[in-house]
Design a binder for this molecule. Structure first.
Ligand code: SF4
Ligand code: SF4
Length: 164
């Protein structure tokens, strides 16, 4: 039939024109990354980190440079956690190896840099503590309302009833 191809083509166009939108208005809108997406900056939870350095030891590309300090109680603290994105291949071995579950990806895929130096950052400096939820203070108890005085018994009942 003459024009069959045109009708088929237009039907596909109209279906997508009125159908569900498949595109985003980037960069105003951003695609949410899946749970398993690996990329962006490594986020270090400084409170969870036990400074064992297993992440750096398991990194095949030596992309992590750590500086650990020890306090007067011989407890280790992570002082610097330098991640070199230029060397990192996003293999996730460091995240998987961490026994304290202190590492995660920030999933920001907009990591194009003009200068090479910008690819190195300190995850300790970038650490933002989670806000502590304040427990609401209990309301001061209101003073109990005074109990109503018992009604006075009729004088006749008090004397033992009617004497007639
Ligand atoms: S993702 Fe892989 S290459 Fe990158 S820092 Fe972690 S272990 Fe190293
Ligand atoms: S493996 Fe985890 S707990 Fe150990 S130093 Fe690395 S981030 Fe900290």
């Amino acid at each position: 039939m003459f024009g069959k191809g045109l009708i088929t083509g237009m039907s596909v166009t109209l279906k997508h024109f009125f159908g569900e939108k498949q595109t985003l208005c980037y960069p105003e809108e951003k695609l949410p990354m899946s749970e398993r997406f690996r990329g962006g900056h490594l986020q270090l939870n400084v409170k969870k980190c036990i400074a064992c350095q297993l992440c750096a030891l398991s990194c095949p590309n030596k992309a992590l440079t750590l500086k650990v300090t020890t306090d007067e109680n011989k407890k280790k603290h992570m002082a610097e956690y330098v991640h070199n994105l230029g060397r990192c291949m996003m293999c996730d071995l460091c995240v998987e190896r961490c026994p304290a579950k202190a590492l995660s990806w920030d999933k920001n895929y907009e990591r194009a840099y003009f200068f090479k130096d910008y690819m190195t950052y300190d995850a300790v400096e970038e650490y933002v503590p989670e806000p502590v939820e304040e427990t609401p203070k209990p309301e001061p108890a209101e003073p109990a309302a005074p109990k109503p005085a018992p009604a006075a018994a009729p004088a006749a009942e008090a004397k033992g009833g009617d004497q007639a």
